[in-house]
Design a protein around this ligand. Structure first.
Ligand SMILES: Nc1ncnc2c1ncn2[C@@H]1O[C@H](COP(=O)(O)OP(=O)(O)OP(=O)(O)O)[C@@H](O)[C@H]1O
Length: 321
């Protein structure tokens, strides 16, 4: 649905996007994660034409995002709602009028029966029915972001772009906003692209993710796959580099996917093989509704062949470190 081919972008001497190639599919929730300055926001702004790019192509639903075709760009922008970290609500307008605003901007009459119903329905959808006529100053951060979400949906977009939408919110509120984005994706069939520096966001809702660093996509795939077997760069991002490994014996890393994470493989191995080993490092985490994990064991050299055989028989993915 969104295709980026060899996209490059510089601000003066600074090359912010270096040959980006990405394909975002229709109706998926796609994450772009990376540290501050990685080029995430620039990438998002290039997708909806708020920013120009120097070379390469970006197409949305087969239509080029081309700054020279203003009419086409305008239509494309209408198909893409956007939300931001700081909500960008108008303080002098109440919730209802903030949500109605894009209709006015696109020269539509917000006062038709159909549009009134739509605005009310969206405010209800984001859980703010009782705040319909409150001003933003009387809302919490999470509620403000809900208004921004309703506003972004009022033009029936095909795509919702979220730029650090939960970065200003505490973890509990973040969880609620992410669940709302998931609901919107599922119920309205809207493609959602989230730019974030928070791993929690990716873990909770993204079906696929791209890790961006200094304008380069370092890794792309399902979050659980990237997380369970991270590359060195992804490890650095996750703060997992430099695991302290034992020098004696053999260090084996095991990877558990959703099917195997609740099986007692380790205790079974100790019992069946009658061996001793140490657990050097472990983590078990939830991705969307699934549990994935990884574990490093230090085993004795003499036991290694039997351990490898046992792991094979249990279909556990493993590697010697
Ligand atoms: N309009 C601009 N003019 C000049 N430099 C810019 C402009 N916009 C962004 N940059 C620079 O481009 C780089 C990437 O910025 P961008 O905002 O895309 O990164 P980011 O990954 O979204 O980080 P953050 O989360 O901190 O915004 C930064 O070094 C930034 O200073």
């Amino acid at each position: 649905m969104i295709n980026l081919v060899n996209v490059r972008k510089s601000f003066g001497e600074l090359e912010v996007l270096k040959d980006i190639n990405l394909q975002i599919h229709e109706k998926e929730i796609y994450g772009i994660i990376g540290q501050s300055g990685a080029g995430k926001s620039t990438l998002l702004r290039c997708i909806n034409g708020l920013e120009t790019y120097d070379s390469g192509t970006i197409t949305v639903d087969g239509t080029a995002v081309d700054e020279n075709d203003k009419k086409q760009l305008r239509q494309l922008r209408k198909d893409m709602g956007m939300i931001f970290q700081n909500f960008n609500l108008l303080s002098r307008l109440d919730v209802y009028d903030n949500v109605a605003l894009p209709l006015r901007f696109w020269n539509e009459n917000p006062n038709t029966e159909e549009n009134k119903k739509k605005i009310e329905h969206l405010i209800e959808l984001v859980g703010l029915k009782d705040k319909m006529h409150e001003r933003p100053e009387n809302l919490s951060g999470g509620q403000k972001q809900r208004v921004a979400i309703a506003r972004a949906l009022v033009n029936d977009p095909k795509i919702l772009l979220c730029d650090e939408a939960t970065s200003a919110l505490d973890p509990r509120i973040t969880h609620g906003i992410l669940e709302l984005l998931k609901q919107i994706n599922e119920e309205l069939g809207i493609t959602v692209v989230v730019v974030t520096h928070q791993m929690e966001v990716v873990k909770q809702i993204c079906q696929r993710v791209a890790f961006l660093k200094h304008g380069v996509v370092l890794a792309e795939g399902k979050p659980e796959e990237l997380f369970v077997k991270p590359t060195e760069d992804v490890k650095k991002f996750l703060g997992e580099e430099g695991q302290v490994l034992q020098k004696a014996g053999v260090n084996v890393q095991l990877f558990f996917t959703d099917d195997s994470s609740d099986e007692p493989v380790i205790t079974e191995m100790a019992r069946e093989l009658g061996i001793d080993f140490s657990i050097c490092w472990a983590k078990l985490e939830e991705f969307r509704e699934n549990v994935f994990g990884s574990l490093i064991l230090n085993i004795q050299e003499k036991d290694k062949e039997r351990v490898f055989q046992f792991l094979e028989s249990k279909n556990v993915t493993w590697e010697v470190l």
